[in-house]
Design a protein around this ligand. Structure first.
Ligand code: ZN
Length: 658
C-alpha cells in the first residue's frame, strides 16, 4: 500500500535526450475491447454513426460534389472544406473495415473513391471547389482557404483505407496529389514558399511517409513547419499578390493560424485551437522522425502552456467562439466556453504523439481527460446527434433570448443532427473507430499500458509477441487485472500508467503485494522481470468522489467546485436537479456517494449528495433587497459530463458553487 502522486513533479529523464522516440503505439488492429463502456460505443459508431454521417454528407451534396458536375449558376456550390468532411468519413470507414469487414460499406466507399480518382486533374491537383467553382484561384489564398487542409484529410483517408482494405487506388491518387504539392511548394526556384492557413497536412504527410517510405513526403511536412511564420510573411506577400491589403483580415494578427512567429519561437498556444493542435501534432511527428530536438522542445513549452493555463477540466480547449480560439492564460469561461469537439480530439492526437516521445504519463493523463470528457461529449449516446462546442454551463432559456448566442449555433444547448461546418461529427467517427491505438505502446524492452479498458492487446516487445489481457470495469471501478501472455517466458518491463487522478493504489503480481514507491517512473509503474505466460498483475486504484478546485486565477471558477471520479468529470443537469442550477451549492462538508445506475444513460455511476439551494420564495415585486435569500437543503445528483444532453433538454452545470 502506498500513497503518492509521484508523476506530478517528474523531470525529463536523461535517457529521453539520447533517443527521440521512446515507444511505438500498438495499432488498433491488434487491440480488442470487450468492456461495457467503449465496446458498445464502437458498435454504435460503426452501425449508426457511419450511416448517419454518410446520409448527411449525401443529402448536403458533399459526396456527389466529387462528380464535379456543379456549374456556375447552380445552387449549393461545393464549399472549400467539403472535401475534408468526406475524407474523414472515408478514413473512419478504412478503420472500421480493418476490424469489421463489411462488403456493402466497402462498396459505398469504393464508389466515392472512384469519383475522387476521376476528379483528379492531369497535373495531380485534387480539390472540388477550386476545380469547379473558382478554378482560377488555385493556391492563391493559403491563409483563408483550405486546400492544403483538405489535402491532408484526403491523405489520412488514403492511408487508413489502404491499411484497412489493402486497396491502393486512393493511396496512389493521393501520392500523385502530394507529389503535385511537393512540386508547387518548397524552397526551390519557382516554388511557392507557402504553408497552410489551416494546418493538418503536416501530420498527414508524415503518415504518408510512414506508409510509402518516400522521404520526400516527410521533407515536405518539415518544410511546411519550418517555413511557418518566417519573414517576409508569406500570407502578406500572397495578399499583396491578390491586390489586397495584407492588414485587412478579420483577426488582428497572424496568431490566428499560428504563423505570428516561427514555430520554434512560439511559447504560448495561440489562435484557432484545432489548427494549433494539428500543427503541434505535426511538429511532434516531424520531431519523432527527424530527431529534431528543437521541435520537441517547442512542443514541451507549448504543452505546458495549454495544459497548465488554457485547458478546461474536461480537456476542452479554445475558450472563445470568436475565432474558435485560445484567448489568454486562465480565461476559461464556462457558459460561453467553445471547447470544440475537434479541438479536444486534436489534443488527444497531440498527447498521443508526446507520450510516445517522452514516456511521461502526464501526456496520457491529458489524453484520457480529453477522451472521456471533452471528446465523448461530442456525440450522443445513440450516435445520431452531435455537439460542436462543449460548454461547461448551459441555460437554454438564455440561449433562446440572446441574439449574441444565437449567432453561434455551435454553442447550441441541444445536440444537432449535423452542421453546415461539419468538421466535428466525422472527427468523432474516426476517433472512436481507431480508439484501440491509444491503449498500448511497445518498445524493444517495454510494454506500456496507457489506458485501462477491458479487452486485450497483442504487442511486440523485443521481437516477441506479448498479449496483455485486461479485466476491469474501468472507468467505473479502479480494479484492473492484467494477465501477461508472452509466447514464452521472457524478460521485459511492463509499464502500467498510474493515472494522475489516482492518489492511492496497490499493486500485486500473482497475488504478492509489491513495494511500489520505487517502481513509478514518470507516472508508469515499471515492472521488470522474467514474465511467465499467465502471470497476473493486479492494480487497485482507489476511486473516491473528488472535489476538484481550479487555480484561483480562473475567475469563472472562483468559489466553485467540480466533481470528478476516476477519469470522469461530472455535471448537474436540470432533469435531475430542477432549474436554476447556479442557485445550488455543495458545502465543503457535504457527503457525496457514488453508486451504479445500470438503467440510466446506458449504465453509469451517479454521484448523489446533500446540497443547498437559494430559495426564490419571498421575492414578489423585488429584484434587489437588503436581505439574503433563504437557504434550503436539497439532494443533488451529478452524472458524467460526457452523458449530458441525452435526456430532456435543460440546464447543465459543471462548476458548482461551494
Ligand atoms: Zn469541429
Amino acid at each position: 500500500m502506498w500513497t503518492a502522486i509521484t508523476q506530478q513533479n517528474t523531470t525529463i529523464a536523461e535517457d529521453i535526450m539520447t533517443g527521440i522516440k521512446k515507444m511505438e503505439p500498438v495499432p488498433f488492429t491488434h487491440v480488442a475491447f470487450t468492456d461495457s463502456f467503449w465496446a458498445p460505443r464502437q458498435t454504435i459508431n460503426r452501425e449508426v454513426t457511419i450511416p448517419v454521417a454518410y446520409r448527411q454528407s449525401k443529402e448536403t451534396g458533399r459526396i456527389d460534389a466529387w462528380k464535379l458536375t456543379w456549374k456556375p449558376g447552380d445552387p449549393n456550390p461545393p464549399h472549400i472544406f467539403w472535401d475534408s468532411d468526406v475524407a474523414k468519413w472515408l478514413e473512419a470507414v478504412g478503420y472500421s473495415l480493418a476490424t469489421h469487414p463489411d462488403p456493402a460499406l466497402e462498396a459505398l466507399a469504393d464508389a466515392i473513391i472512384d469519383d475522387i480518382a476521376a476528379a483528379q486533374q492531369p497535373d495531380g491537383y485534387l480539390n472540388i471547389h477550386f476545380t469547379v467553382v473558382e478554378p482560377d484561384k488555385r493556391w492563391t489564398n493559403l491563409r483563408d482557404w483550405h486546400e492544403l487542409y483538405c489535402a491532408g484529410h484526403l491523405i489520412e483517408a488514403a492511408v487508413a483505407y489502404y491499411n484497412g482494405t489493402g486497396k491502393r487506388k486512393l493511396l496512389d491518387v493521393l501520392c500523385r496529389y502530394a507529389d503535385h504539392i511537393a512540386r508547387t511548394f518548397g524552397p526551390g526556384e519557382g516554388q511557392k514558399r507557402g504553408y497552410p492557413g489551416h494546418e493538418e497536412i503536416e501530420l498527414a504527410l508524415v503518415k504518408l511517409y510512414r506508409v510509402t517510405g518516400e522521404r520526400r513526403y516527410l521533407d515536405l511536412a518539415r518544410f511546411f513547419i519550418d517555413e511557418r511564420g518566417r519573414q517576409p510573411h508569406y500570407f502578406d506577400l500572397e495578399a499583396q499578390a491578390r491586390g489586397e491589403d495584407p492588414a485587412k483580415r478579420w483577426y488582428p494578427d497572424h496568431s490566428y493560424n499560428q504563423s505570428h512567429r516561427p514555430v520554434r519561437e512560439q511559447t504560448t498556444a495561440e489562435g484557432h485551437a484545432v489548427r494549433a493542435m494539428y500543427l503541434f501534432s505535426g511538429m511532434a511527428d516531424v520531431a519523432a522522425e527527424t530527431g529534431d530536438r528543437s521541435l520537441l522542445q517547442a512542443c514541451r513549452t507549448l504543452w505546458e502552456n495549454v495544459t497548465h493555463k488554457r485547458m478546461y477540466i474536461t480537456g476542452g480547449i479554445g475558450s472563445s467562439a470568436h475565432g474558435e480560439r485560445f484567448t489568454c492564460d486562465y480565461d476559461l469561461p464556462n457558459e460561453i466556453a467553445y471547447a470544440e469537439t475537434c479541438a479536444a480530439i486534436g489534443l488527444v492526437l497531440w498527447a498521443h504523439r508526446m507520450v510516445q516521445l517522452e514516456a511521461d504519463a502526464r501526456y496520457a493523463d491529458v489524453l484520457e481527460r480529453a477522451l472521456y470528457n471533452g471528446v465523448l461529449s461530442g456525440v450522443s449516446l445513440d450516435g445520431t446527434r452531435f455537439f460542436y462546442g462543449n460548454p461547461l454551463e448551459v441555460n437554454p432559456e438564455k440561449f433562446a433570448c440572446r441574439p449574441d448566442l444565437l449567432h453561434q449555433p455551435a454553442l447550441s444547448p441541444r445536440r444537432q443532427a449535423w452542421f453546415g461546418c461539419a468538421c466535428c461529427p466525422p472527427n468523432v467517427l474516426r476517433t472512436l473507430a481507431s480508439l484501440g491505438q491509444y491503449v498500448y505502446s511497445q518498445s524493444d524492452n517495454k510494454a506500456y499500458v496507457h489506458l485501462y479498458i477491458q479487452g486485450e492487446g497483442t504487442l511486440t516487445v523485443g521481437g516477441q509477441k506479448v498479449t496483455l489481457v485486461q479485466k476491469t470495469r474501468y472507468p467505473w471501478e479502479g480494479h484492473v487485472q492484467v494477465t501477461v501472455q508472452p509466447s514464452h517466458a521472457a524478460t521485459f518491463t511492463l509499464a502500467l500508467r498510474l493515472p494522475g487522478w489516482c492518489r492511492k493504489a496497490t499493486l500485486r503480481i500473482n497475488g504478492e503485494p509489491l513495494e511500489t514507491d520505487t517502481l513509478c517512473q514518470q507516472g508508469y509503474l515499471s515492472l521488470s522481470r522474467l514474465w511467465q505466460p499467465g502471470d497476473v498483475v493486479t492494480l487497485d486504484m482507489a476511486m473516491p468522489v473528488e472535489r476538484i478546485y481550479a487555480h484561483p486565477a480562473v475567475r469563472d471558477d472562483v468559489g466553485r467546485v467540480a466533481l470528478q471520479r476516476g477519469p470522469l468529470v461530472y455535471c448537474l443537469e436540470q432533469v435531475d436537479n430542477g432549474p436554476n442550477l447556479p442557485t445550488l451549492a455543495l458545502p465543503r462538508q457535504a457527503s457525496l456517494t457514488a453508486h451504479d445506475e445500470p438503467s440510466l444513460l446506458g449504465g453509469i455511476v451517479v454521484i448523489d449528495g446533500e446540497g443547498t439551494r437559494l430559495s426564490t420564495e419571498g421575492w414578489p415585486g423585488q429584484l434587489y433587497r437588503p436581505a439574503p435569500p433563504q437557504i434550503e437543503h436539497v439532494p443533488i445528483r451529478a452524472i458524467p459530463y460526457y452523458a449530458w444532453g441525452n435526456r430532456a433538454p435543460g440546464e447543465m452545470l459543471v462548476w458548482i458553487r461551494e
